[in-house]
Design a protein around this ligand. Structure first.
Ligand code: AQP
Length: 325
């Protein structure tokens, strides 16, 4: 079975962009791939965060992964900092990665603007740690949203450089995109993101979620109810595509283009399907929240089993580097 690796940051509430762009897709992949999923806490410390929140966020992120349908019977789920070889391999990869490659990363440029007071080395080195996360398991596929494609390209580059210098040890992993690789925030401009507070959280209550959908920006050219709209440039329609079937999509698109329905009608159609899918996820999350010992057991077992693979890879890497073993 081909190996898959992906991660999610415990930087706040998991949103529908994470869900349709990544996690829901991961659940499907567990049917056909040997999958490893990770709560990447060391990535999350590259920006400021409330210290007292971190443990809770890590646990909640793991709970959401399980509630969305990831099963420890079908994949490994663990916390990045519980398998120390990730950071060890990242150091070695640092030594084959040109600084210029990291300075060019779009996410680094964006985050440097957002966090001017703390542009730390970790922020720039983020993709190298990500390359280590993936390659320590020799994963061939990385299911991510569109925002992470550039980082996976860099990971391929890191593998290539390492292999060229020290011998063929790592695959060059490929991205697998979901059906909804880029969901915009409720403002309809930037990518939906936990840290930008422009998201619809998948655990938000029905009224809050509806209020966010109701007020979310649609096609900005459709100003009045009688104006026709263009679903192709509407973020709500993109979200519709992730939650609704062909009939509803067809009805919404035709209604929008002809102005026979308004944006609120379209949003009501979307919300019905969205809530139908997310309500059971919320129920499972509530159960898991009340059963945190089980969640900790899953994470410990995931870390134990991933550590075994990671240790083997590090042994191979140390030999390849010519170190005294
Ligand atoms: N808007 C999105 N649409 C589709 N996929 C998305 N992903 C993230 N946002 C979208 C994918 O979700 C996985 C986990 O990513 P993350 O933990 O980095 O999520 P985030 O919400 O982007 O987190 P932050 O902390 O708010 O980070 P920044 O500030 O970088 O946006 C990934 O596969 C990601 O592609």
């Amino acid at each position: 079975m081909e190996k898959v690796f992906s991660g999610i940051q415990p930087t706040g509430e998991i949103h529908i962009g994470n869900y349709v762009g990544a996690v829901r897709h991961w659940v499907k992949l567990t049917e056909t791939y040997d999958c490893i999923f990770c709560v990447v806490d060391y990535h999350a410390i590259t920006v400021e965060y409330p210290l007292e929140e971190m443990r809770k966020r890590v646990l909640e992120t793991a709970i959401v992964l399980l509630a969305c349908g990831l099963s420890p019977e079908k994949c490994k789920i663990f916390v990045q900092s519980h398998v120390q070889e990730h950071t060890e391999l990242a150091w070695i990869f640092n030594c084959v990665t040109p600084i210029g490659d990291l300075e060019r990363m779009t996410q680094f440029k964006d985050k440097s603007k957002q966090h001017r007071a703390n542009i730390n080395i970790g922020l720039m080195d983020y993709p190298v740690l990500q390359a280590a996360d993936i390659l320590i398991y020799k994963a061939g596929f990385v299911p991510v949203g569109e925002d992470q494609v550039q980082h996976v390209e860099l990971c391929r580059e890191v593998a290539r450089k390492f292999n060229y210098r020290f011998g063929e040890h790592f695959p060059e992993p490929r991205v697998i995109l979901s059906v909804a690789p880029r969901i915009l925030g409720v403002d309809g401009t930037g990518k939906m993101s936990k840290t930008m507070q422009n998201y619809i959280g998948i655990l938000e209550d029905e009224a809050t979620m509806w209020e966010k959908v109701r007020t979310a920006v649609t096609d900005v050219n459709r100003v009045r109810r009688k104006d026709t709209g263009n679903p192709d440039i509407c973020n709500i329609y993109t979200i519709h595509r992730a939650f609704s079937g062909d009939d509803v999509l067809d009805e919404a698109a035709k209604g929008c283009r002809s102005a026979s329905i308004g944006c609120i009608d379209c949003k009501k159609m979307l919300f019905k399907n969205m809530w139908e899918e997310l309500a059971p996820v919320q129920n499972r999350a509530k159960d898991l929240l009340a059963n945190q010992d089980y969640v900790m057991d899953v994470l410990r077992e995931g870390a134990r089993s991933c550590s075994t693979i990671a240790k083997q890879t590090m042994q191979e890497v140390r030999e390849a580097l010519g170190l005294l073993i």
